[in-house]
Design a protein around this ligand. Structure first.
Ligand code: HEM
Length: 430
């Protein structure tokens, strides 16, 4: 029988996307530039129903106001334990997936408790104190780029910078970054195919196993007379919170570390990469930014809106029938907020498809909205500003090696993150 309990809706239901668009949604052209397709969907209807190969429909929300409303609506749950039917279709065994025991996949009061344990570690002030260290890592990495020689900007710079920073913050060895990246990529892969399930499974098993061992090893180094907030890194802070205060359980501890490591691996790399690409493809904006470095913070915000690292928000499931833009999504529906589409909504952003670093009114939702608004936003902004600012200062001329070719996209099932796999440049130093 039908497993997902769907009730009879009271207002018109969302239209399925036409077959033609469904094919487009997985084409290489779409991966390169999804915004025209999202634009058509956004203009046509507030919500579209999309079938996935595993028989779970997702309901896509593409308009700015609707996106904010859904992100801030407690009638949508993020807790997989409240959606066992969908989890079963995903093939997620009961109790599996320690990543799922994280704030990202929790509702209040668990969410409030878990997030409260780490908010102090990520305030703007705490991040500002990291500035000299981030600048140092940035400069060291850029020292390794030979003037005028072809370099993959992602592999040489955009990836190792945020990964080194988050590894230091957590207290994990950055040398394991290749493993971390593979496992991180697995964890964010929705199990929409057999291959995706396999990739996902590796990450879901290996990363928590790694953290389980690390926690056991580090526990001996934790000074019990030092409160959690004063421990030298997050691993030790969370062990202290567990041992001294019992404020989270073992799975939640591992889930927290896993979430923060994954978030630090899959996002800021694309802010730096997408930002570089947007600037190179809009030379007048690049020239303006070189002339006026004071525009840097606004430029980073514009990258976030125009081509942000998170294309679609993570899973939300309707706990009741919910009306979105006059259409009803039924109880049990898996709703996908297309953050990338919301940022290009001409109803909110004039000339939405234009990359304009001087844009002032820019309340994008690239970091989400509501209680799950990105914890790492102050860190990501700081890294983005230091990275792009320093690159432009040290390399007065930067060229795309193959300006007419689309750089290979970083493909993730479900299009959660958006970025390039590699970006080949020639960077000419002073
Ligand atoms: C949540 C984007 C960097 C940690 C989120 C969400 C978005 C997002 C959209 C909300 C997801 C949802 O509601 O479904 C980004 C972008 C980044 C970035 C665009 C880089 C430019 C980081 C970094 C960290 C981080 C560096 C490291 C600490 C988190 C955490 C959450 C989160 C812990 C969950 C918050 C919660 O559930 O309360 N991020 N993120 N993010 N992000 Fe980020």
């Amino acid at each position: 029988g039908e497993e997902t309990q769907m009730s009879v809706p009271s207002s018109p239901v969302p239209v399925p996307v036409p077959d033609s668009v469904r094919e487009e949604l997985s084409s290489p052209e779409f991966q390169a530039d999804p915004y025209p397709v999202y634009g058509r969907l956004r203009a046509e209807a507030p919500v579209h129903r999309v079938e996935t190969p595993i028989g779970v429909d997702t309901w896509m929300v593409t308009r700015y106001e609707d996106a904010r409303a859904v992100l801030n609506d407690p009638r949508f749950t993020k807790d997989p334990r409240k959606a066992p039917d969908i989890m079963r279709k995903f093939g997620v065994p009961e109790g599996e997936g320690l990543i799922q025991r994280s704030m990202l996949n929790a509702d209040p009061p668990d969410h409030t408790r878990l997030r409260g344990l780490v908010t102090k570690a990520f305030t703007r002030r705490r991040m500002e104190a990291l500035r000299p260290r981030i600048q140092r890592i940035t400069d060291d990495l850029l020292d390794g780029i030979a003037s005028g020689e072809e370099v993959d900007f992602i592999g040489a710079f955009a990836f190792p910078l945020p990964v080194t920073v988050i590894s230091e913050l957590l207290g994990v060895p950055a040398e394991r970054m290749d493993d971390f990246r593979r496992w991180s990529a697995g964890i964010i892969t929705p199990p929409f195919s057999e291959e995706a399930k396999r990739v996902r499974q590796e990450g879901v098993e290996e990363l928590p196993r790694y953290f389980g061992e690390l926690v056991e090893e580090r526990r001996a180094q934790v000074d019990p007379s030092v409160p959690p907030g004063s421990q030298p890194d997050l691993v030790r802070a969370l062990i202290a919170a567990y041992d001294q205060e019992g404020s989270l359980d073992h799975h939640e501890l591992i889930g927290m570390l896993t979430l923060i490591l994954v978030a630090g691996h899959e996002t800021t790399v694309n802010l730096i990469g997408n930002g570089m690409l947007a600037l190179l493809r809009n030379p007048e904006q690049l020239a303006l930014l070189r002339e006026r470095p004071d525009l840097l913070p606004g430029a980073v915000e514009e990258v976030l809106r125009y081509d942000g690292p998170v294309e679609r928000a993570t899973m939300r499931i309707a706990l009741a029938d919910v009306e979105i833009g006059g259409l009803t999504v039924p109880k049990g529906a898996l709703v996908t907020v297309v953050i990338g589409a919301a940022g290009r909504d001409p109803g909110r952003f004039p000339d939405a498809d234009v990359f304009d670093i001087t844009r002032e009114d820019n309340p994008h939702v690239a970091f989400g909205h509501g209680i799950h608004h990105c914890l790492g936003a102050p860190l990501a902004r700081l890294e983005g500003q230091i990275a792009l600012g320093t690159v432009l200062r040290r390399f007065p001329v930067i060229e795309l090696v193959k300006p007419d070719e689309e750089p290979p996209r970083r493909f993730t099932v479900g299009n959660i993150v958006r970025g390039v796999q590699a970006l080949h440049l020639r960077m000419h130093a002073n």
